[in-house]
Design a protein around this ligand. Structure first.
Ligand code: TIU
Length: 222
């Protein structure tokens, strides 16, 4: 077992049973002209964490631990897009509409891909998910069970939407969950802070939080 100096207290984990899940570091959320921008958000905040997420991915790769990537996207025929999700908000472009990076949040379009700096390496799992949570309507639970994973480290965007939803799904499924504080971001700084606070409140009711340096030094140490 190893230990990460985390909040609200140390996070103990068996590296052989630990994976990194990088949530939705896609052009549609991080670059101008995508879904995030169409919702009226300033995407520059999200772009800033790309190097930090890259450092965390690099540490997991160096330690030989699994890195799993997710992408929020839908089938081109929109058959996996609930009416309620399509209708929600007042975006300038809706899911499936044509934008500067192709059709918004559609699998196979340039905007739905992961930013090139963080592209999946050969052999890494990439989960396409139609929901905010990565367990809903995906094979993620089966993939983690097959790898005997019990502990998950989370990074990605946005903190209070897809990252928090997935952490809560994982927590209810019995995983010990740790959020990398500086490798996640929201369009709303106050929502990021609130999410970190609520995750680790009440004695880690949803999970733990730690910095990329704290996580990396623990997983790379002999
Ligand atoms: N809008 C927003 O903050 N997030 C999303 O729609 N998806 C993800 O968080 N990936």
């Amino acid at each position: 077992m190893k230990t990460i100096a985390a909040q609200p207290f140390d996070f103990s984990f068996d590296p052989a049973r630990t994976a990194l899940i990088v949530i939705d570091m896609q052009r549609d959320f991080i670059e101008p002209g995508g879904f995030g921008a169409a919702l009226g958000n300033d995407v520059t905040l999200l772009k800033k964490i790309v190097p930090t997420v890259g450092r965390l991915i690099g540490a997991f790769r160096r330690a030989g631990l699994p890195v799993i990537h997710t992408r929020e996207c839908h089938k081109p025929d929109l058959s996996d897009l609930p009416r309620a999700k399509h209708a929600r908000g007042k975006p300038s472009l809706r899911i499936g509409d044509a934008g500067p990076m192709g059709r918004i949040l559609i699998a196979g379009e340039p905007g739905a891909d992961i930013v090139p700096e963080l592209a999946a390496a050969a052999g890494e799992v990439v989960i396409d998910k139609p929901g905010k949570g990565a367990f809903h309507a995906t094979p993620l639970a089966d993939i983690l069970a097959a790898k005997k994973i019990t502990h998950l480290v989370f990074a990605g965007v946005t903190t209070e939407v897809c990252v928090q939803t997935t952490m809560r799904e994982a927590n209810d499924r019995g995983f010990d969950c740790l959020l990398a504080e500086d490798a996640t971001e929201s369009y709303f700084p106050e929502f990021k802070k609130a999410t970190i606070d609520m995750i680790r409140a009440q004695g880690a009711i949803v999970g733990w939080t730690a910095t990329v340096d704290q996580i990396s030094s623990a997983i790379i140490s002999p």
